[in-house]
Design a protein around this ligand. Structure first.
Ligand SMILES: Nc1ncnc2c1ncn2[C@@H]1O[C@H](COP(=O)(O)OP(=O)(O)OP(=O)(O)O)[C@@H](O)[C@H]1O
Length: 351
């Protein structure tokens, strides 16, 4: 393992571990306040945990009796805000790292040029940060982070502050840059995780709740947060007589996967919003699952309408229906409806 972190920060109720293999990118996903930035701060040496260790390439950087200063860690942190030096040109901003590492000015500048080329902004070398767009400034920040030749790159929501229109291009650049690098990427965006990361770690309320290869975690989520960002519905419950029995008497049948659950096992049922049909009354004589619920919210979703409903306290399910169907059913928040899902569209597995 190239990078290992374990950290307990009592004041923030954070207690997490993270491992990153050599040349691997791990995405850290989680809701606001989950502890993602805290993990990065501990890794970068900006925060000392109450207990834990940070080890990079077998060298202990943080430990009970060890503390390596941030600039000596060979870890670069790319924040949401590019934080460029306003009085230096783009080129000198990028050359700053190699310069402070002891490289002669000319070498440092040549390296800076190469990195600016790599991230597609070589033509901006003589500008000041104040003359850059948000997307350009973030590219310069990426070049600056890489120019410092870090062993580990930490990215804290690098696209969050950018206009959605410029995100795809920067994402492409990051995809190239991260391909053979050891990196940790904090993101809210499931697309970032899918396109940039080999594995994901999901944190919630200061604890790691899921970890695994990206596609696997997103298609077989075990926490409500992961299901939501993956755009999937999830009903958690207990396995009883061949069905998932959830809160408020919700019962869902579906296809089980190995290992087949035993009675009283904790299980989840997962299905796509597009697999849900909506009725005003329970459909008669159908082998489908029916969940009585109340519409909470409607929003346009492509050429469809995403209908959200709350079948029980704290539960939220989504259904995608055509605009025509939504109008036909006269859907409005507060309306009692029935969500119906074919059992063959539901995956059930143990948590
Ligand atoms: N400087 C701080 N001092 C004390 N507590 C903090 C500080 N920064 C964050 N916290 C608390 O630590 C917990 C974890 O916050 P953290 O910023 O790590 O979450 P996050 O997952 O990065 O959230 P976000 O997605 O909103 O950035 C939260 O309860 C937060 O309120």
């Amino acid at each position: 393992m190239s990078f290992e972190l374990s950290a307990r920060v009592d004041e923030r109720d954070v207690d997490v571990t993270l491992e990153v293999a050599d040349r691997e990118t791990v995405a850290v996903l989680g809701p606001n306040g989950a502890g993602k930035s805290t993990m990065l701060a501990v890794a970068a040496g900006l925060l000392r945990p109450d207990a834990g260790r940070v080890v990079l390439d077998d060298v202990e950087l943080t430990g009970p009796h060890t503390w390596v200063a941030p600039h000596q860690r060979r870890i670069a942190l790319l924040a949401q805000d590019p934080l460029l030096f306003p009085h230096l040109s783009v080129l000198d901003n990028v050359a700053f790292g190699p310069r402070s590492g002891g490289d002669p000015r000319r070498t440092a500048r040549a390296q800076a040029r190469a990195w600016l080329e790599e991230v597609g902004v070589a033509d901006l070398a003589s500008r000041r940060p104040g003359q850059l767009s948000g997307g350009q400034a973030q590219r310069v920040a990426v070049a600056r982070a890489l120019a410092a030749d870090p062993r580990l790159l930490l990215l804290d929501e690098p696209m969050a502050a950018l206009d959605v229109a410029v995100r795809p291009a920067l994402r492409q650049t990051l995809r190239r840059v991260l391909a053979d690098r050891t990196a940790v990427l904090v993101t809210h965006d499931v697309l970032d995780a899918l396109l940039l990361a080999d594995r994901v770690v999901v944190v919630d309320a200061g604890r790691v709740v899921e970890a695994g290869p990206t596609a696997e975690v997103l298609t077989r989520p075990r926490s409500p947060f992961t299901a939501r960002i993956a755009g999937l519905n999830m009903v958690r419950g207990t396995w009883r007589d061949g069905a998932v029995v959830g809160p408020d008497g919700i019962e869902v049948k579906g296809l089980t996967t190995d290992p087949v659950p035993a009675d009283e096992d904790l299980v989840v049922a997962v299905f796509r919003p597009s697999a849900v049909s909506i009725y005003r009354e329970p459909p008669g004589g159908s082998p489908r699952n029916v969940i009585a619920t109340t519409v909470t919210d409607l929003e346009p979703f492509g050429d469809q309408v995403r209908v959200r409903a709350a079948p029980a306290d704290g539960q939220s399910l989504a259904a995608d229906v055509t605009t025509l169907a939504a109008a036909d059913l006269d859907l409005v928040p507060g309306l009692p409806v029935v969500f119906s899902i074919k059992a063959t569209e539901v995956s059930i597995y143990r948590t």
